[in-house]
Design a binder for this molecule. Structure first.
Ligand code: ME8
Length: 510
């Protein structure tokens, strides 16, 4: 039986067009999905859009469209961006799809049957951008404690979910599963929140219509977060006991931004506990991107538009930068100078140069043909060991979702490659006919190490990896059995590489 791996992104609201923050989460999921696929896992990678709720209804009114027209239009923007960013998702769920609506209604009924949903009345402060109710004591100057925007007092009849009933069970689960919420700082934050006690949660609305009707009471629509979170199972066919649901639920990891941690680690698990479904294995909350030191916001007009970046710098430069620049889990800053610096130093200089000089040399010395290596000398052995050690390191990093650290480990081997060439000085060996076998061995080592590097990089930079491997004469789809030293076949024809990443002059970039 094959091993399965299920990774999800948040489903994005359609009242906003995609920006670099959305691209970040989806890209991280893609890198993980590609890595796991390469490792032989049967991967299900889910993304999609969150199309119900007051926020979307309001945005549609402002735009003079129906909510569905707005959603249809914006969804295309998301899907086009994911294509451009080379995102290999398995399924794209929209919460307005029948399959989803049916699943949400069923989940709601299940929780109701359990006696965990009751009708009551709500009077509290509501933050529309966050779609969240707050008590008066939670407000800060009557503003939302999460986003600092004004709240309004709402009174409505509402269905409530007995979240309080699951406080102890959730606490026990978090305590028994140290990896359930990551990183650790986020886990501590949620532990403290749950320990303070959980209030019952309003899970329906009557003040607007744009949502899934509550089963048996059309005056209410299901609360948008109850609706949205269920996407992780409705996409697998829930409530039908499909093979997909059996194979992939519980998810291995929900990737989210830190802004929606509580929804994923308190609301969602308690809904699942009530419905008698297993909890996801891990919820990982990454940090927040600012832009040139400032919060990204429409009013500041500093929203970083990924399409424009990809057109300007190329998709893999952006993929590399986002994964490399900031340790996953921490906040980070996006700046053009940092991006240009990474492209020039890591991609053009380190990665590109190594490929250029080594493929040029083998063409010059051996007509591009890989030679049978002789016995390895100490320098070669150290280089080989470093390459093999990188494989172990990257594997550990990917388990921890430490993408930046994984790339760092790969770049150490790339730097070691450039140093290896300097130390073995193939141009000197080439002058001495008696050292021809040694020269062939040196060439073998530097090409073989890069073959392993590009195979690993296929998770991060799929197009670049494909190009690199092609130059190296390997055009098989990267799989884990190629993640070892010694796969490069003597006799392989290596092509002299064109620069993979041209250098960018800072002044060109204004
Ligand atoms: O919250 N830095 O959707 P959303 C990093 N529909 N990541 C960012 C970011 C930034 N500056 N801005 C946004 C919703 N993100 C709900 C989710 S899931 C069942 C429902 C990313 O469109 C990050 O992943 O507001 C964050 O969690 C997500 O976009 C919020 O997207």
């Amino acid at each position: 039986m094959s091993r399965t791996f299920y990774v999800t992104t948040p489903i994005y609201y359609v009242n906003d067009v995609p920006h670099i923050g959305h691209a970040y989460t989806t890209l991280a999921a893609d890198v993980l999905a590609r890595y796991k696929k390469m490792q032989g896992y049967d991967v299900f990678f889910l993304t999609g859009t969150d199309e119900h709720g007051q926020k979307v209804e309001k945005a549609a009114n402002t735009a003079g469209e129906t909510p569905l027209e707005l959603a249809d239009r914006v969804v295309k923007r998301f899907q086009a961006l994911w294509e451009k960013l080379n995102i290999s998702y398995t399924d794209f769920i929209r919460t307005t799809q029948e399959r989803h609506k049916k699943g949400v209604a069923h989940l709601f009924e299940q929780v109701m049957k359990k006696g965990d949903i009751y009708l009551g009345e709500y009077e509290d402060w509501y933050c529309t951008p966050c779609e969240t109710f707050w008590t008066e004591t939670q407000l800060i100057d009557f503003k939302c404690p999460d986003c600092n925007r004004p709240t309004e007092k709402l009174k409505e009849e509402s269905y409530f979910f007995r979240m309080s009933k699951y406080q102890q069970a959730l606490l026990a689960h978090i305590e028994a599963n140290p990896d359930f919420i990551q990183p650790k700082s986020r886990r501590n934050e949620i532990l403290a929140f749950v320990k303070e006690g959980l209030r019952d949660l309003s899970v329906s609305r009557t003040t607007f219509r744009w949502g899934i009707p509550v089963p048996g009471n059309d005056d209410h629509v299901v609360y948008v977060w109850f609706d949205a979170l269920a996407n992780y199972i409705t996409a697998l066919g829930y409530p039908e006991q499909t093979d997909k649901l059996q194979d992939f639920w519980p998810a291995n990891v929900h990737l989210i931004g830190k802004d929606i941690l509580r929804f994923h680690t308190v609301y969602w698990p308690t809904f699942l506990l009530s419905a008698g479904l297993p909890l996801p294995e891990k919820v990982f909350a990454h940090g927040w991107w600012t832009v040139e030191g400032q919060k990204m916001s429409k009013s500041l007009q500093n929203v970083v538009e990924p399409n424009m970046l990809i057109d300007r710098y190329g998709v893999d430069a952006i993929r590399y930068f986002l994964m490399r620049e900031v340790p996953f889990g921490l906040d980070g800053d996006f700046s053009h100078s940092a991006l240009v610096h990474r492209i020039n130093s890591d991609l053009a200089n380190d990665l590109g140069n190594l490929l250029n000089r080594s493929t040029a040399m083998i063409n010059k010395y051996f007509g591009g043909i890989v030679q049978e290596p002789a016995e390895l000398e100490d320098l070669d052995k150290v280089y080989r060991a470093k390459t093999e050690e990188m494989l172990r390191q990257v594997d550990g990093c990917m388990d921890d979702l430490a993408f930046s650290k994984a790339l760092q480990a790969i770049w150490e081997v790339i730097s070691a490659g450039n140093k290896y060439i300097d130390e073995t000085a193939p141009w000197t060996l080439a002058k001495d006919p008696s050292r021809r076998e040694r020269l062939g061995t040196v060439m073998f080592c530097v090409l073989e190490s890069q073959r392993v590097v590009y195979t690993l990089l296929s998770a991060f930079m799929p197009d670049t990896a494909e190009k690199g491997l092609k130059y190296l004469g390997c055009d098989r789809k990267p799989t884990s059995d190629q993640l070892e030293w010694g796969c490069l076949q003597p006799g392989t024809k290596v092509t002299k590489a064109e620069p993979l990443f041209p250098r960018i002059e800072e002044k060109d970039d204004l």
